[in-house]
Ligand binder design. Structure first.
Ligand SMILES: [Zn+2]
Ligand SMILES: [Zn+2]
Length: 262
């Protein structure tokens, strides 16, 4: 749902002086610009699943990286099966623009390059102190979907994406310092008048389930993001209260540009 203060789903993980972006929802490059990270500086883009709200600005990341990089700068993109076809289709959609820019700039001779890695489970990347693994999650009927676990600088971050509790989610969250979970307010969404709105209840973790996963996995900090419906500031305490009924660690409600850690 478009919201004036909330861009689409995207989480930037900065580790060992590198920037890893998880999902690229609406407005992502405006938000990364606010923390001085341009598309050209991304060390990798990780997609949790192919729902459009998580991939809306893929084209913007590709094009902006391409034109802002002084020399060829392939983008490593990781995600579930279906990512390669989506990447090809996106590049095909950009073909006219790519042609315009190559014709206009003498030093731009090659189209944007992507290194696409389709993943199922296990290791995604392990370089220079950063290890990223993934596990299948459950967002049925959306399939396949992935959650990611980032280990670096002695810390563990789990990026769950859209999923109900499942074994794969527990795997990436085990003993995590920070667990970032898409969450919905079941009690509010149940009262929605549109059936299409109530439909989302069966494939997202609600706030209590996110708290239960955090407790079960021994997580230190639970971060609820991609909040449905987006709470007003005065409603935020209710969200935390629900999670705190089952989880006694730190609970944060994500806001755009919220920074966690040093
Ligand atoms: Zn989704
Ligand atoms: Zn979503």
């Amino acid at each position: 749902m478009p919201h004036p203060d909330r861009a689409g789903p995207a989480t930037l993980v900065r580790a060992c002086d590198r920037n890893f972006l998880f999902d690229c929802g609406r407005g992502v490059l405006m938000r990364t610009a606010a923390v001085d990270v341009g598309a050209a500086a991304l060390a990798g883009l990780f997609i949790t699943h192919m729902h459009s709200d998580h991939t809306t600005d893929f084209n913007d990341v590709i094009t902006t990286r391409w034109i802002m990089s002084p020399s060829p700068n392939p983008l490593a993109v990781y995600g579930p099966a279906g990512l390669a076809a989506f990447a090809r289709a996106t590049l095909a959609a950009l073909e006219t623009d790519i042609g315009y820019r190559i014709a206009h700039h003498d030093d731009l001779t090659d189209p944007p390059r992507l290194d696409v890695h389709e993943l199922e489970a296990g290791l995604a990347l392990d370089t220079d102190g950063v290890r990223i693994t993934c596990a299948p999650t459950d967002h049925s009927p959306v399939h396949p979907t992935l959650g990611y676990r980032i280990e670096a600088e002695g810390l563990v971050v789990a990026i769950a994406g859209d999923t109900v509790p499942c074994a794969g989610l527990d795997e990436i969250c085990q003993d995590a310092d920070i667990y970032v979970q898409t969450a919905i307010r079941r009690d509010v969404v149940e009262r929605a008048r549109m059936q299409r709105m109530r439909d989302v209840l069966d494939y997202h973790s609600d706030v209590r389930q996110a708290g239960e996963t955090a407790r079960r996995c021994g997580v230190k900090t639970l971060v609820l993001n991609h909040l449905v419906p987006p709470p007003s500031p005065e409603q935020e305490a209710d969200w935390k209260t629900i999670a705190a009924e089952v989880f006694d660690g730190e609970i944060l409600l994500a806001r755009d540009l919220m920074r966690i850690g040093s």
